[in-house]
Every structure is written in C-alpha cells, then in structure tokens.
Design a binder for this molecule. Structure first.
Ligand code: C5P
Length: 322
C-alpha cells in the first residue's frame, strides 16, 4: 500500500490519509432517494491525517489528536463510537468475519467539516489500512463499495487518486493524469474555523439553468494534461451560491485571495475551506502571506500541492519510507 508503512517491531501500520479538493462540483438535482445527482473532479492534496493502526485481540478503539487545526470555534469531533473511522472498522470486521480488533489513532491535520473530506479520508484509509493489517484481502473495489455505505465521498477517497465522481458519489472513474515532468500545482487553502454542515447546503441548493459542460470538459482536459493555467480558469462549484449566501465571509475570503494574485479560487466541496491556485510554490507563499496580512492572523492557512497519484510524502520521521 503506497500510503502505508508497517512497523514490524511495534506491530502497527502507519497510514497517511490525504484530504481532497473538488476542482469541479456540478450538482444536477435531487434524486428519488433524497440525495443529489452530481459530477465532480476530485483530487488528493498534500494535507493529511496520520492513522496509526495497532492490532487488538478484540474490539475497536478510536482515539484522536488535533494538530494545529483552525479556530477557537473548532467543531467537536463526533463521539468515538459514531466516528466514521469507528464505523469503517466495524463494517470491515462484519463484512469479512475477522475475529480480532484494532486501535486506530488519528493525528488530525485536515480541517474538520471543511469540505476537504477529512472524516471520509479517515474512514477510507481505516478500511484500506485494516484490510492490510488484518490480512482480510478485499480488493480496492470491494473496499470502495463498503465505503459507499458510510458516505458519498468515501469511494473516491478509498481509490485515493484523481477521479471523476458521479451518481451520488459512488460511481468512480479514474482520471489518467499525464503531467509533463516537473509539473506541480500549488494551492493555498484557507479555513475560517467554522464548520458548514453538508446536508444543510444541499437542502438549500436550487438548480440553475446554466450549462457547465464546457467548463467540466476544460477542467478534465487540464487535469489530464497537467495544465494548471487552464485548470485555474475552469474551476466550478454549484454549491458556492447556497454557501456564500449563508456564510458571506467565505465570499470575502475568495475576493481577498483573488486580490492577492491567485489565478483561480474556489470553495472546496460544501466548504468551509476555500482554495486558491498559484503559479508555483513561491507564488503560493506570497498569496498566503498577503491574505493573512489583509485578513488577520486568526485565519487558518496551508500551502499544499495537488497530488494526482495520491502518494503522500510525509514530513519528519516518516520521510524515509517514501
Ligand atoms: O453521504 P454523506 O453522508 O456524506 O452526505 C451528507 C449529506 O449531504 C446527505 O445527508 C445529503 O443531505 C447531502 N448529499 C446530497 N447528495 C449527495 C451527497 C450528499 O444531497 N450526492
């Protein structure tokens, strides 16, 4: 598993669970099951939670540590037993009949309720990690099917690379990214420190009549070819309207990022995080420092890279394993 490292001495597996952003998110309308039909280009980014999975004789224990996350109004994590990672571990155990248990420790760096799939990433990589640790042998496709039972974003996160996601989120088609050597897409992520509830955003969504087909085609072509300039001009999120209506601060942050020189700015998923595309790493640092100066030091920001193949480079002691 590319994002994991087995420590045979300690008997545990360390897994990096990347956040995602949606370069495009088109919402087409409500389906009979209450969910919305959508199409979205989803890519992993180099902000990740680190999961340490340790085998236990029985039971599932999930613990969590927050690392430099935004705001004093930090939304509380769900109770461990309702945590998506706990539910993922229990589901894998039930689906495979595995008799043992595990401890899952999550070192959280992805903003919570931030539209970057943090909870989904934890669930997805709990499934992938425990499947390795327990030797339960399910395919990635089978794990994606299990993930779909827990949340619409989870199949894409289990796949872990650039994808187009359709249906309510469960239909995943891989995007083959042939980027010229040395191509990097740097982004600046900002988060206001509050949580936007996804269900509420979809409830307030009203479909418009504007066609988004051309933008989608351009964004997809840009992602396949690594054309960051075209991607920056082809960002699209149908949920911006209902989100900015209720949380106007986020629309202001978009304007600040544009004034700071970002090539393209978009709400990530259902928010509250917003990301800005930069021309290169130095440009990203410049945008970050200007938006912090203009907005105030309360704003959580991170410079990160889009990682289309999903392989995370960990910092610090894990660096050696990549
Ligand atoms: O699937 P998940 O639990 O992540 O979705 C959270 C909420 O977002 C759902 O309860 C639903 O209200 C809304 N949603 C939707 N259509 C989708 C995905 C999510 O309406 N395709």
């Amino acid at each position: 598993m590319e994002n994991g490292k087995l420590d045979r001495g300690a008997g545990c597996l360390t897994v990096l669970a990347p956040a995602k952003i949606n370069l495009t998110l088109e919402v087409f309308g409500k389906r009979d099951d209450g969910y919305h039909a959508l199409r979205s280009l989803v890519v992993p980014v180099s902000i990740f939670d680190t999961l340490t999975l340790t085998p236990l004789d029985s039971g599932i224990e999930v613990t969590c540590e927050l690392v430099g996350l935004p705001g004093e109004n930090l939304p509380m994590l769900p109770e461990p037993r309702n945590n998506l990672a706990t539910r993922a571990a229990l589901l894998l155990k039930e689906a495979t009949g595995y008799p043992g248990g595990a401890r899952v420790h999550i070192r959280k760096e992805i903003p919570i309720g931030g539209g970057m799939g943090g909870g989904s990433a934890d669930a997805a990589w709990t499934l992938r990690g425990l499947n390795s640790l327990w030797g339960t042998g399910l395919t990635v496709e089978a794990l994606m099917e299990l993930g779909a039972r827990l949340g619409s974003d989870i199949p894409a996160m289990v796949y872990g690379k650039a994808v187009c996601m359709e249906g309510r989120g469960e239909k995943i088609s891989p995007i083959s990214c042939r980027w010229p050597a040395g191509t990097d897409w740097w982004i600046v992520v900002v988060n206001p420190g509050f949580n936007v509830p996804t269900g509420d955003v979809y409830r307030r969504f009203r479909s418009g009549l504007t066609s988004t087909e051309e933008t989608y085609i351009n964004a997809r072509f840009a992602l396949e070819r690594g054309d960051g300039k075209l991607a920056s001009a082809s960002l699209l999120n149908s949920l911006e309207e209902p989100v900015f209506y209720k949380y106007p601060l986020l629309a202001i942050l978009v304007e600040r990022l544009k004034s700071a020189g970002a090539a393209g700015v978009l709400l990530s998923g259902s928010g509250a995080s917003v990301f800005a595309m930069a021309a290169n790493y130095d440009h990203a640092l410049k945008i970050e420092s200007q938006v912090k100066r203009d907005t105030g030091s309360w704003l959580w920001t991170r410079v990160a890279k889009i990682v289309p193949d999903g392989v995370m480079v960990a910092h610090g002691p894990l660096e050696a394993r990549v």
